[in-house]
Every structure is written in structure tokens, then in C-alpha cells.
Ligand binder design. Sequence first.
Ligand code: AQP
Length: 325
Amino acid sequence: MKKRIFSGAQPTGQLHIGNYLGALKNWVALQEEYEAFYCIVNLHAITLPQAPATLKKATLDLARIYLAAGIDPERSTIFIQSDVPEHAELTWVLSCISRMGELERMTQFKDKGKGNTERAGVGLFTYPVLMASDILLYQTDLVPVGQDQKQHLELTRDLAERFNRDFGETFKVPEPYIPKIGASIKSLQDPEKKMSKSDENLNGSIFLLDDPDTITKKIKRAVTDSGTTVEFDETRPAISNLLTIFQLTTDRSPEECVAHFEGKGYGHFKTELAEVVVEFLRPFQERVRQYDDESLRSILSSGAEKARSIASETLRAVYSKTGIA
Ligand code: AQP
């Protein structure tokens, strides 16, 4: 039997090249070897305010992006989180074994709640428990995510182990899959911050659907560090980040990338990087237009059916072990 993977993205705006290089690219590669479940996590999206019509549209658009990125619906299960109510049900059970202290330590809550715990939503606080439920419902072996989700995955493992200890073996304890390169692509405007969909500064992110002109302008405006050589250098995070994007979009080794730009300055590098990124995204952008809403809905509905058949089995076991049913 194939091992299983689960991952998801939030329909909270436009996906950027960080989401692609840190997560989606690996989802596509891993679907060959694993039985894959790729979820559109719309319940996570409402942990921050969303305009209802925008959320609805973004949910379907995200399915389009999964397919255009190369996720094959014949091989992988693509579905919308809210179509499988077991995600919300298991969240309640796991909330009852989660501790306030462990959730308070989650850095994403601190970041997204902007340090104001009085005003931050309870959903934002319990978000990692919903994420644990997403993963554990499918008896997942491996979870391919970017670096920002590492802490949530550790919590998922802790909750699975705690439940298994208290109620008997029920959940598989999943392993994270965090790529060695590209796990945290940084903002083009601030290399100390990760590239993020919700960043107010749109110049910080290259969105997957940005047109060539916009991509070129954003890369030309990207901040650079002092220095002139194009190299990976921990003390120069801005140029290292741009070079990482070059490396991953050209599939070259770090040494090849550095050798390629030897003797060339930042200006030359940025021009070439912009050309490379535009060409890298072009076939993807062409594919995105191919999927009409009706075929997407049909893929998502079969995906939800398959997902529910597994999720309901896990939830039944959980209810039975806890004495609920
Ligand atoms: N900058 C990044 N570099 C590498 N990987 C990243 N991911 C997110 N940002 C980067 C990974 O993309 C997957 C889907 O992310 P998500 O939709 O769950 O949202 P997020 O992690 O909260 O990322 P964003 O883009 O910053 O969205 P918002 O602004 O809505 O919160 C995940 O595997 C994530 O690790």
C-alpha cells in the first residue's frame, strides 16, 4: 500500500511563488509516490476576516491553481475542507485535549494576532488544532509544508501521541516534509519577513498570476544588500533569497548559479531573474485558464466523497474510543 500525504493551502488571496516553491512544487512531485490528499482549507481562511463573495471565488480559483500546478485529479484527491464536516468535528475533540499554554506558544498566532491577545479571534488561536484534525483524519504519513508550518506540525504530532496514549492507538503520527531549499521564500521588500499572501505591500510578493510586466517591475524594485557580487551569503539575505528563487526556477545547483553570475552585477542578475521567472510561470498561467467552473466542481465533489469515506472512519474510531458513540 502507498503511504499517504496530506497538505493544504488557504484561499486567502493570490498564491505567490513562495507557496509554489515551498509547498505546491513538492505536492506535485510527491503525488507519484504517495496517495495524496490536497485540501483547500476554507475554514482556516475565516480565522481572519474575509469578504464572503471573495472567499467563495478564491476557493474555486485555488482548485484551478492546484490543477494548473500539475496536481492530477486522477491520482490525487482534491477537495474543499468544509465539504468534509469531520474536520470541524474532530477539532472539537482535539481541542479538549489541547492546552492553552501550547497554543499560546504558536508564533503564527502571535504574528497574525499582531501581539494583541485581547482582540485576536478565538479561531486564530485554535487554528493549529483544526490543522491537526485535517492531517490526523487521513492517517497521514507525511505532510509537505513550508517552514512556517513546522511548529503547527509538531503540535499535531503531540496531539496524536497524547490521544493515542490516553485512549489507545488511533492516529498515525505524521512526519513533516520541509524542503531543504525554498522552505521560506522571503518578501522582496523585506528579506527578514516571509513572502505572504496577506502582506499589505504587494511589491513583496510575486503572485503566480502576475503578468510579465508586473513581475519584472517587482524584481527590479526588490531590495538588495550592500555588496556587489551575486552569491549565497547569510549576511546578505536579500540577494540570497533572489538567488534561491533563481535556483529553484532553473533547477540548477547553488554552485552553477553562483558561477553563472560571476563577474556580473545586481542589475544584470535582476534582469535575468525576471526573464526566468516570467518564463517559468508562463505555461502555468496558460493552464490556469483551461478549467471551467463546472469541471472544477465535479472534481471537488468526487474529491470530497473520497475524503469523507476515510475521514468518517477515523472520526468513528475517535468517538468510539472517547465514549461519545
Ligand atoms: N514564503 C513562503 N515560502 C515557502 N513556503 C511558504 N508557504 C507559505 N508561505 C511560504 C507554504 O505554502 C503553503 C500554503 O500556505 P497557506 O495558504 O496555508 O498560508 P500561510 O502558510 O499562512 O502562507 P501565506 O502565504 O503567508 O498566507 P497568509 O498570508 O494568508 O497567511 C504552506 O505549506 C506554507 O507553509
